[in-house]
Design a protein around this ligand. Structure first.
Ligand code: FMN
Length: 194
């Protein structure tokens, strides 16, 4: 369990300047089936250029509660997998719901597990906000605070708001709204342009 990678051709990348993105890790902050956030990330993955590889992280619910006493080798398997995936990624794209004005606890738990590692340092990162217009900014700003704390390199132009309603997600967790899919696909242009 844990992860699913949709693999295509790859090429090497340079982190600064123009990114020839090889491997994008997509990380949803929702544990819900038919999640709008997970659907948005699946849509981004589906529109990946042939030169890119995408990996959708599916291990959020399986992560143990963060405990500093356990933050050493050997790490819990789920944490080790998470850190390996971040290390292997050329960039990480987050998409999270807002709960009670901030990040969902399970997602903050995931982020807490990244603090003790070095994998996020200088990692190019971006986020998508799929909440209704004017919503979700509490989650977004907390996410940016944590990403700054771990030294990730935020790509502001690749951070987009693209509202996704529950009606936009079909029973398979796929977005069928072409306009939303097109907006989400634009993220590849921004990721590669920075
Ligand atoms: C416990 C809980 C708290 C929530 N708090 C907020 C909130 O503070 N602000 C907001 O805009 N939406 C809030 N929502 C709505 C969720 O963000 C919304 O249902 C979102 O679609 C969930 O994302 P998902 O479809 O990916 O699971 C909350 C939902 C739940 C279950």
């Amino acid at each position: 369990m844990g992860t699913v990678g949709a693999t295509t051709k790859s090429e090497r990348c340079s982190v600064r300047g123009s990114i020839d993105l090889v491997n994008l890790l997509l990380l949803s902050g929702s544990t819900r089936a038919k999640s709008t956030n997970a659907a948005a990330l699946a849509s981004v993955a589906a529109s990946a250029p042939p030169t890119a590889t995408t990996t959708i992280y599916r291990g959020l619910s399986a992560l143990p509660a963060f405990n500093p006493d356990d933050d050493h080798d050997p790490l819990p398997d789920e944490v080790s997998t998470l850190r390996q995936l971040i290390r292997a990624a050329d960039a990480v794209l987050f998409c999270t719901p807002e709960y009670a004005g901030t990040l969902p606890g399970s997602f903050k738990n995931l982020l807490d597990w990244t603090v003790g590692g070095t994998e996020m340092a200088d990692k190019p990162v971006a986020w998508i906000n799929v909440a209704a217009p004017g919503r979700g900014h509490g989650a977004g700003s907390t996410l940016e605070t944590v990403l700054g704390y771990v030294g990730a390199q935020l790509i502001p132009t690749a951070c987009i708001s693209a509202p996704v309603g529950r009606d936009d997600v079909d029973d398979d967790g796929v977005i069928r709204n072409v306009e939303i899919s097109r907006t989400l696909a634009q993220i590849w242009v921004e990721l590669r342009r920075q």
